[in-house]
Ligand binder design. Structure first.
Ligand code: SAH
Length: 418
């Protein structure tokens, strides 16, 4: 795969000088903050942001890795359905910071086929007598349509988020949709009957197919089900994970801890080059998918723990301390067998970053390398400062542009002992 660096590639600059301010609903839709700014300038802005926050803290900050073609990269699309002010059904995206639906039949950053599928669903509603949900009265059926694409496999999953499990003529509806889009390999009815701004409810009923799709990343195959976390820009995610693995510097023997592991993606890819991997994750559905993903890839040297990442670190640290004191009798045998001391720690926490206790315990466990993957430069900076105060040095920082036309910056950092 070719990598693109900010301000260094004339082809990128030439292609994207034209890409500015071409979305007609940019001002009202909440999706893109950087509309109207040329792509190469967006990358420069993100580079400046990382430099401002991290200069003096990191030895080396590499230019952000941008996309060759930064349009239509989002492989997950959420279309909202509702009524406009005159009571007519509308489909679109929520206006910034509100629940007013802006009509957006297509979008510059979303997968084009996914947008077409959403539009066709909207056009089918009348003939199937399906009413859209009205947030104010609580009447009506269809609230959202979520469409996910397995980027490498070309499979599409359509999730119809409805206020009730009763969907009129569902088999005919499935047939009509599949006739237009044979690449839709599964269709799910998700029941969300609560007055909530959360898109998905808890119950899924599979109307067609297996109830999930698959995608491939870095040579491994991963399952995407309606609620599971998966990065929305797989091309750039591959660059992110490749950088994370290069920083991990695995030789085949290491014990690796993948903290905040989600559906196990990074850990499973790392397991092929490591001795043993443990993934820690709080969300039970994600852990279930992670176990499935490990089996699907025939990766046997990985296990997953459903637990708060900080609590898990403290448990490891306690075990390590009692092990060092030479008191095996104080350890359960099965715990002693599972004695795990990470040589490499990979962490990919949510936007709020990790906790001071996690960092302090990580420093006590003293892994040789720490690879920090972050989706929020501000909390990353805060956490890196604490790691530095606990004896780690930030050697390299690599930004990866996972979200062109938005302000989000994804970063991966390598930390080693001072
Ligand atoms: N590394 C994964 C997921 C990163 S998203 C990937 O690349 O796909 C961050 C993950 O942290 C989410 O799956 C979320 O459920 C999990 N998480 C949030 N708080 C947590 C906590 N306190 N302990 C463990 N996991 C947590």
């Amino acid at each position: 795969m070719r990598e693109q660096k900010a301000g260094t590639n004339k082809e990128a600059a030439g292609t994207h000088s034209r890409l500015s301010g071409i979305c007609p609903v940019a001002a009202s839709c909440g999706g893109c903050d950087l509309q109207g700014i040329r792509y190469e300038e967006q990358l420069r802005q993100k580079d400046r942001k990382l430099k401002k926050l991290l200069s003096g803290l990191a030895d080396e900050i590499h230019p952000i890795l941008g996309m060759k073609d930064p349009l239509h990269y989002r492989c997950k699309v959420n279309a909202a359905f509702g009524l406009d002010r005159k009571g007519n059904p509308v489909m679109g995206r929520y206006e910034k910071d509100s629940h007013f639906i802006v009509k957006t039949p297509s979008c510059m950053i979303e997968d084009e086929t996914a947008d077409e599928i959403a539009s066709v669903i909207f056009s089918l509603l009348r003939s199937f007598h399906i009413r859209v949900y009205d947030e104010d009265s609580g009447h009506g059926l269809l609230r959202h349509v979520q469409i996910r694409r397995g980027f490498a496999t070309g499979q599409y999953m359509v999730t119809l988020v409805c206020a009730s499990p009763v969907f009129p003529s569902k088999q005919n509806f499935v047939r009509a949709l599949r006739e237009r889009f044979p690449q839709v390999s599964t269709i799910i009815l998700n029941v969300n009957d609560r007055r909530t701004s959360m898109v998905l409810g808890e119950r899924n009923i599979t109307l067609y197919g297996k109830g999930f799709i698959e995608d491939s990343l870095c040579g491994c195959t991963f399952r995407l089900s309606p609620g599971s976390f998966y990065q929305v820009n797989p091309l750039q995610t591959q660059k992110l994970y490749e950088t994370a693995l290069r920083y991990a510097g695995l030789s085949g023997k290491e014990q690796v801890l993948d903290a905040y592991c989600g559906t196990g993606t990074i850990g499973i890819i790392a397991a092929r080059r490591a001795g043993e991997v443990t993934g820690v994750e709080l969300n039970g559905d994600a852990v279930r998918d992670a176990i499935w993903n490990a089996r699907r890839n025939e990766v046997r040297n990985i296990r997953f723990v459903k637990m708060d990442a900080t609590d898990y670190m403290e448990m490891l640290s306690t075990k390590a301390a009692s092990g060092r004191r030479g008191a095996p009798d104080r350890l359960q045998k099965k715990d002693a067998e599972k004695m795990f001391h990470p040589d490499v720690l990979i962490l990919d926490p949510p936007r709020s970053g990790t906790t001071p206790r996690f960092i302090d315990t990580a420093a006590r466990l003293a892994p040789d390398r720490i690879v920090y993957v972050s989706c929020n430069p501000e909390t990353l900076t805060r956490d890196l400062k604490r790691f530095r105060a606990r004896g780690y040095r930030v050697k390299e920082v690599q930004g990866v542009d996972l979200f062109p036309f938005t302000e989000h910056v994804e970063t991966v950092c390598l930390l080693t002992h001072k």
